[in-house]
Design a protein around this ligand. Structure first.
Ligand code: FES
Length: 580
């Protein structure tokens, strides 16, 4: 039976603003009417916000104004009143020092905009990496009916007959330049082929992963994640989403009804099956923190461990989001998990029904793109959570993007104190490093950078690349782009800038990594480690002021989602008092 928690018609939240004849009611209505809205639109119908992360500085979201119009069509059609508003947009490719530093700021913007305005429900328009979690976090903390529609991925890039995957190709080509196997002219020519349509990264990077997470969590309509940005069906999806939110308001179907522990467990398994980004770990932990679901890093390891990666997309595989859509998209993956007993079939979605009802009849149209289990990219997908004296709070690694021969490795540490130290040394031909070494990067965690930049997949030294070597073990407290690859240990917690053990690693120390046993070990006597930690003093100066200072003072560790300490939990939709 479809979800229905409240009778309809009933008095809505927006009626507090618009439904009466007092001075304040007239004030609220009259000013809205300067936009040409007829009086009967204020008759108690659902007022639906369209929370838009459109920005020309977030190129992946630059087409969202058009999509918002399609959402409006659906809202009007279903009897609601749409009101579009902008929120802070975090453009991954442009925003410095890193878009991640502004995810929490955007989430605050969303939360306060939803709470302070006369909204009964909201459609969240997202695309580029951090925009999706920011919107979900903000909406979860207010807990009015909310549904997400993604901008959709770019069309495939093509260069000289080969697919060009957003980000992935950029990392590969920049390494090829350093190795001397690609010319600068060819690189510039490839640039023209990388981003050939509106939309977000076309690989299974963070944007595609988070769109998939939103769908797997039940916060978007089934099929939302993969439709290309420029496909007419993306507009249809926006239109249907507009229709659906009006019904969700009538039924009082809220994020807290959908974002249950079972929903997060489904999403974690879906992430394993799609070979999703390590960034999903941080974002889902943060979203869970907003709704009081006690999700941990160990849940990621436990639930994802037996999930084969069956989606053959870059960076782990071969294809791109366009082909994923043609193959059937995420619903096929969810169905496969259900058939394998790896899905909570009864988890509620924005549809008002269980997730299984949405996927049980879908078909896989291309078994090279969505692989049978026996041809999985890796039998154990998901995210491996490593622990040991180097990361007692945990560190993550994406097995599907790593090199099998490095999953168990012992090597000599070559340490970079921060990203500037790395940049200064890495091309130095006298640097004492070879492919057996373990590259260690410090002070790039949430407080250290600040913002936790995507620099964990630091490029290899040119002299190693010239030997034809393409991967080495790398360890840091940083993140890695979802489009990146390699045997890269990320999010080491506690981070170096907070005095975590990563801070005291020295050149020449031996480090052991064993992914199978989830071990990350600094092979230095415990007494020596204790002495080094006791002598450690902070090396990262706190930001002088502004938002960066608030960020550094309040951001929590990557192992709990890097949310602000004062933002965890839901604060509800009640507004303390009116403004007049
Ligand atoms: Fe925006 Fe990749 S840079 S989605």
């Amino acid at each position: 039976m479809a979800f229905r928690k409240a009778d309809w018609p009933r008095r809505l939240r927006s009626t507090e603003w618009f439904g009466g004849s007092s001075r304040d009611h007239i004030y609220h209505r009259s000013w809205m009417k300067n936009q040409g809205l007829p009086a009967d639109l204020f008759d108690g119908r659902p007022v639906i916000g369209i929370c838009n992360t459109w920005s020309e500085l977030t190129p992946c979201n630059a087409h969202l104004r058009d999509l918002a119009e399609r959402v409006k069509h659906g809202i009007y059609e279903a009897g609601g009143l749409p009101v579009e508003f902008p929120v802070f947009s975090t453009g991954e490719s442009t925003l410095r020092p890193t878009a991640m530093m502004f995810r929490n700021l955007a989430a605050m913007d969303v939360e306060e905009a939803l709470r302070g305005n006369p909204l009964d429900g909201v459609v969240l328009l997202a695309g580029c990496d951090k925009t999706t979690p920011a919107l979900l976090m903000g909406a979860a903390s207010v807990d009015i009916p909310a549904i997400l529609v993604s901008g959709g991925p770019m069309l495939n890039g093509w260069f000289r007959g080969e697919r060009v995957g957003s980000g992935t190709a950029l990392w590969q080509m920049s390494e090829a330049i350093k190795a001397g196997t690609m010319s600068r002219e060819d690189f510039l020519e490839a640039e023209q082929a990388m981003s050939r349509s509106p939309g977000s990264c076309n690989t299974m990077g963070t944007a595609s992963t988070m769109a998939s997470m939103a769908e797997a969590l039940g916060m978007a309509l089934s099929g939302n994640a993969a439709i290309p940005a420029v496909d007419s069906r993306r507009r249809v999806m926006a239109h249907l989403t507009g229709r659906r939110i009006v019904e969700m308001v009538k039924d009082d179907l809220k994020p807290s009804d959908i974002l249950t522990r079972r929903a997060f467990e489904n999403a974690i398994r879906v992430n394993g099956a799609i070979g999703g980004s390590t960034n999903a770990v941080i974002h889902l932990l943060a979203i869970a923190g907003r709704v009081g679901v006690d999700l941990t890093l160990d849940d990621w390891d436990r639930l994802g461990r037996d999930v084969p990666t069956i989606v053959n997309l870059m960076p782990s595989g071969r294809y791109l989001m366009e082909e994923f859509f043609y193959a059937g998209g995420l619903p096929v993956v969810v169905r496969r998990l259900g058939e394998a007993g790896l899905l909570h079939k009864d988890a509620l979605t924005v549809s008002g029904g269980p997730i299984w009802d949405e996927v049980k009849d879908v078909r896989n149209w291309n078994e090279d793109v969505i692989l049978p289990a026996e041809r999985a990219l890796t039998a154990q997908g998901g995210i491996a959570v490593l622990r040991g004296n180097l990361a007692p709070g945990g560190a993550v690694l994406k097995p599907s993007a790593a090199s099998p021969h490095l999953m168990r490795h012992r090597g000599r540490a070559v340490v970079f104190e921060d990203i500037d130290d790395y940049k200064a040394k890495i091309a130095d031909e006298t640097l004492d490093i070879d492919e057996t070494c373990v590259m260690v990067l410090k002070n790039c965690g949430p407080k250290g950078y600040p913002g936790m930049a995507e620099v964990g997949n630091m490029g290899l030294p040119p002299k190693v690349l010239r030997k034809g070597i393409t991967d080495m073990v790398r360890i840091s407290d940083a993140r890695m782009s979802g489009t990146a690859y390699g045997t890269v240990v990320l999010h080491a917690a506690p981070e170096a800038a907070a005095g975590g053990p990563l801070a005291i690693v020295r050149d020449g120390d031996m480090i052991e990594i064993d992914v199978e046993s989830r071990r990350l070990h600094l092979d230095v006597p415990e007494a020596e480690i204790a002495a080094r930690l006791a002598a450690w003093t902070p090396t990262v100066a706190p930001p002088a002021g502004g938002y960066a200072r608030m960020f550094a003072e309040h951001v929590q560790g990557a192992d709990t989602g890097a949310d602000f300490d004062f933002l965890r939990g839901s604060r509800g939709k009640a507004v303390p008092r009116d403004s007049h």
